[in-house]
Design a protein around this ligand. Structure first.
Ligand code: UTP
Length: 293
């Protein structure tokens, strides 16, 4: 049943309250790390994984996400006339030609599970990837989504990215219990949303990358609102793993929680240090700031 993973779903209809007041008008996914918005990093990761249909689940306030992937005629002409070919390429390359972007509206922020369900008419009956752009994953080799896609295809399973977190942080994550963990993956036996440390089945936390088999849609249709009155993706996955092979995968790479202010700052520092043009100046600034601190 496991076919090629062509669709990547980007649920970007959340309210982004942790970045207010900026997110009153700028969607969280459009916040930049150095010179690229978070959504661009996630899109590049999905394309690297072989996806050619990108489904953005947005709301009526997030037209800037669609605008970003649209052609900017005036700007292109201006850069072309000025001979600024590098800048021109940077705005033309936001999406390669073979990739199509589809925008789906989530009329009300009814939860991540509901946002994924909104993508059903586009995805149809095939396995698909889900990327939460505020989890930015830096990696030297294959991107996190590609790693997940390879395992999902090989094992004909759903695969969920996980990472180890300190026990006192379990209440900020979905946490999985696994059996037969070998190498980097193990079959999930249970998943719970934001457990208290003393009740947590493990310290393996779900990170915003998934490859899901299409059966999840039917299960999400019948998922009742859970924590916070929202339809939780975690509850849909809890139902999925009862009947379908669902693996936790400890990906290779470093994840930055850019849904939090400190995570966005951390990512900006890391990406600046990775950039040949910025590295020295960024180091000097950091040293100065620490000396003054
Ligand atoms: P978060 O839990 O980070 O919520 O959503 P949020 O609204 O984006 O941010 P805060 O907590 O208020 O600051 C996780 C992901 O699920 C999407 C968000 O856009 C984010 O990518 N989401 C969440 C939806 O698309 N729809 C929803 O109804 C809820």
């Amino acid at each position: 049943m496991s076919a090629r993973v062509r669709c990547a779903v980007f649920p970007v209809a959340g309210l982004g309250t942790r970045f207010l007041p900026a997110t009153k008008t700028v969607p969280k996914e459009m916040l930049p790390v150095v010179d690229r918005p978070l959504i661009q990093y996630a899109v590049d990761e999905a394309i690297e994984a072989g996806c050619d249909t990108l489904v953005f689940v947005t709301n009526r306030y997030k037209h800037s996400v669609a605008d970003y992937f649209d052609k900017a005629y005036e700007l292109e002409q201006k850069l072309e006339r000025a001979g600024k070919s590098e800048l021109l390429a940077s705005i033309r390359d936001v999406l390669p030609r073979h990739v199509r972007a589809v925008f789906v509206t989530q009329a009300e922020a009814l939860g991540l599970g509901h946002a994924v369900l909104c993508a059903r008419p586009v995805v149809g009956d095939q396995p698909f990837a889900v990327l939460l752009p505020d989890d930015l994953i830096w990696s030297r080799g294959a991107g996190a989504t590609r790693q997940l896609v390879e395992l999902a295809t090989q094992q004909k399973a759903s695969v969920i990215a996980v990472q180890d977190v300190p026990i006192e942080q379990t209440r900020s994550y979905g946490i999985v219990a696994t059996r037969d963990f070998t190498g980097r993956h193990g079959e999930i036996s249970a998943i719970v949303e934001k457990p208290r440390p003393e009740e947590s089945p493990s310290t393996l936390a779900v990170v915003g990358r998934y490859v899901l088999q299409p059966e999840i849609f039917e299960l999400l249709e019948s998922t009742k609102p859970g924590a916070g009155g929202e339809i939780q993706l975690t509850d849909g996955i809890a139902a999925l793993l009862k009947a379908h092979k669902t693996l936790a995968y400890r990906f290779e790479g470093r994840r930055f929680d850019c849904g939090s202010r400190i995570g966005l700052i951390e990512a900006t520092l890391q990406y600046a240090l990775e950039d040949d043009d910025l590295r020295d100046a960024a180091k000097a600034l950091m040293r100065q700031a620490l000396a003054k601190g």
